[in-house]
Write a protein that binds this ligand. Structure first.
Ligand code: FAD
Length: 313
């Protein structure tokens, strides 16, 4: 084994693929299968959430945009290019990296729901996470990688297991590293039958811990949501789901009466900045790749590429 990757969410699987496709022998070790991770709860659109450090995040985001845009052209990946809007009741500027999107433009007043005065329209990669995670796992195994389900209790205890170990444990890095800078940011979403909505919508009005958004995925639509800092609870709560439905129906009345098909909860790995760096471990190297907050799907290919270049170099 050349590399042992801890974690099978978006960060772990993209890192494992990148290393395996570069010719290295890679094993992923994970406490949970990909479909049980935080990653499966994501919306998931490229780019709408801020992370740092800014210069590195811009480069990671650019790579993520390129890779996901290419995957959108391939059947079976779970990725497509989708049009949508970010809206607000007050003027706002899009985050600076949104300028990477060629069709970004302010919304016309006629494109805004009642009560909203500002908005931005753009087209970006939109990812159906359960399909995408299965695609990533298959691609990793096609590249010769293997995945084993078992929890790691200590990173230092892994010294000698492989020359390179990559820690992609998401919010669990709080205990595993341990890293007190990691904060879980609980996100609960509702999966409903899609009444025919084709564009995504994100309400940028700050109302913590609530946020209103909707991401259509064919016959279903993912409705959000929450940003609950410091909350480790992974069980869906009925009163939160009710409030999500009320918030989404208020901006998109077609959702009234939509059948509820399921609930998902994820713990975004919040951190002041993404941690992407290496440290010595025994005779080998331990890479850390966690702390992507609400942007892990957007950043993962860029972070994976940086680790792969360093490992090969
Ligand atoms: C509701 C919601 C909406 C989101 N929307 C978006 C979006 O639109 N766009 C976007 O880019 N991002 C979005 N995100 C953020 C994104 O989902 C996260 O940044 C990303 O999933 C983090 O991926 P990860 O692989 O680091 O962590 P995770 O998906 O949590 O994976 C961690 C992995 O580590 C494993 N692990 C943990 N501890 C151990 C251990 N001790 N031993 C072995 N394995 C271990 C776990 O089992 C798991 O496999 C959203 C998140 C949520 C919750």
């Amino acid at each position: 084994m050349d590399v042992l990757v801890i974690g099978a969410g978006a960060a772990g699987l993209t890192t494992a693929i990148s290393l395996a496709e570069a010719g290295l022998s890679v094993t992923v070790r994970t406490a949970e299968l990909p479909g049980q991770t935080t990653s499966v709860a994501a919306g998931a659109v490229w780019g709408a959430v801020k992370v740092g450090p800014p210069e590195r995040a811009l480069a990671w985001g650019r790579t993520g945009l390129e890779v996901l845009s290419k995957l959108a052209a391939e059947p079976g990946t779970g990725v497509r290019m989708a049009a949508g809007r970010e809206i607000s009741r007050a003027p706002f500027e899009p985050y600076y990296w949104m300028r990477l999107l060629p069709d970004l433009r302010p919304c016309e007043p006629s494109e805004l729901p009642g009560g909203f005065s500002a908005g931005w329209f753009y087209t970006a990669p939109l990812v159906t996470m359960p399909v995408y995670l299965e695609y990533l796992r298959d691609r990793f195994e096609r590249a010769g990688g293997s995945l084993e389900v078992s929890a790691v209790t200590s990173l230092t205890g892994l010294a000698g297991a492989a020359p390179v170990i990559v820690n992609c444990s998401g919010a669990a890095a709080f205990d595993l590293v341990p890293d007190p800078a990691v904060v879980p940011v609980r996100g609960q979403v509702v999966i409903a039958a899609n009444p025919g909505i084709e564009e995504f919508l994100v309400n940028r009005d700050p109302e913590p811990p609530w946020i209103v958004y909707m991401f259509p995925h064919g016959s279903t639509i993912l409705l959000g949501g929450t940003n609950e800092e410091g909350n480790w609870d992974r069980e869906p709560r009925a009163e939160v789901a009710d409030r999500i439905m009320t918030g989404c129906i208020a901006v998109e009345p077609r959702l009234r009466g939509a059948e509820i098909l399921g609930h998902r909860v994820g713990l975004r790995p919040g951190r002041p900045e993404v941690r992407l760096e290496a440290e010595p471990l025994g005779d080998g190297v331990l890479w850390h790749n966690y702390g992507h907050g609400g942007a892990g799907i957007s950043m993962s290919w860029g972070c994976a590429a940086e680790i792969t270049q360093a490992v090969l170099g």
